[in-house]
Design a protein around this ligand. Sequence first.
Ligand SMILES: Cc1cc2nc3c(=O)[nH]c(=O)nc-3n(C[C@H](O)[C@H](O)[C@H](O)COP(=O)(O)OP(=O)(O)OC[C@H]3O[C@@H](n4cnc5c(N)ncnc54)[C@H](O)[C@@H]3O)c2cc1C
Length: 360
Amino acid sequence: MDFDIAVIGAGPAGSTLARLISEKFNVVVLDKRDLNSTASTNFPQGKNCGGLLAPDAQKMLAKFGLGLPSKILAEPQLFSVKAIDLGTGLKCHYQRHYINIDRQKLDAWLLSLTLGKIQYESNSFYLSHSDSSEYCEVSYRKGGKVKKIRVKAVVGADGANSAVRRITFPSKSLRRYLSVQEWHETGEATPYFSSIFDSQITDFYSWTIPKNGYLILGSALKNPSDIFSKFRVLKEKLRKHGFVFRENFAVRGCYLERPMNVSELAFAKGRTALVGEAGGFISPSSAEGLSYAFWSALNLAKSLENGISGFSERYIKNSKNISLNIAGKIVKSPFMFNSFLRKAIMKSKLNSIEVLETET
Ligand SMILES: Cc1cc2nc3c(=O)[nH]c(=O)nc-3n(C[C@H](O)[C@H](O)[C@H](O)COP(=O)(O)OP(=O)(O)OC[C@H]3O[C@@H](n4cnc5c(N)ncnc54)[C@H](O)[C@@H]3O)c2cc1C
């Protein structure tokens, strides 16, 4: 064997798992990116993400005994979410406790915690793996060459549109969105995260997040063919609500999974397991995924405490808490995404806060 465990993907799920199991196993982490790149990270680099660390994700870091280095923080810090229903024109502010972060720096920091404990292979593009009763053989491309390694187990931590998932669970599909974010350089800070609902744009939601001198405008779209017209309409509508967008902006897109049924979640089969968004572990109501990346990594690490033999079965058993949590979010979703229920809630002003100024 070349290694005990190959982790595919050095995002929050992969790095966290690697760190948690590094004492017991000989681990290699492959990533198509180079997270150690020292290029400036002020502007949209790294994973296309809103970079809001929700309380559940903060709680997971606390469970790991970790605090957040200040270099990861972005400006401004936010204390509320503004829900905007473009259909009814209703707006409400709710108190929220997110931490606004630089996502690229978070990923680099999480990986740095594994330094010297695992083997990290950057610029390594996972191609496929075979899973037999005795071992797995992983093929990946690095520096123009196809390499092969033999390991006792493979973990897919390769995020949305996971190739490891496609190979291991070819018939398990997830509802998939193309999530696009425009970065507008702007002096006008909107000191809140806004979640924007409009059935003309998407059946999920759109958002704005201020970050380090930029206003991010994002949306999760079902049909990739009409992105430009959807964004044009969205911006026209939001300008009427006072938002300022520039003519020149950077744009990034990537897939986003949205589990609509717990049967779509995939945990493990044979010698292969999935963590993070690769398994479909992400909130179907808010698209918050960092807490699930950490949580699933912890569940898998616990399942590996007694060795590799039988770890898949233990992981599936240990992950009932995640299935139950996501099932709860699926049940809750209509209160956000059914226009009638949302209108009733927003009109009631239940749990909302009155905001006196910065009325964008
Ligand atoms: C636009 C957008 C905004 C979001 N905003 C938030 C937010 O504000 N807060 C929040 O909690 N969640 C947010 N999410 C969700 C969150 O980003 C993900 O759920 C989270 O990143 C999942 O972590 P992960 O480690 O499972 O996967 P990822 O972070 O996607 O990491 C996967 C890793 O695998 C690597 N990889 C992929 N394919 C291969 C391959 N073939 N070979 C080698 N390496 C590979 C990638 O380079 C990457 O490093 C957002 C998602 C999107 C799309």
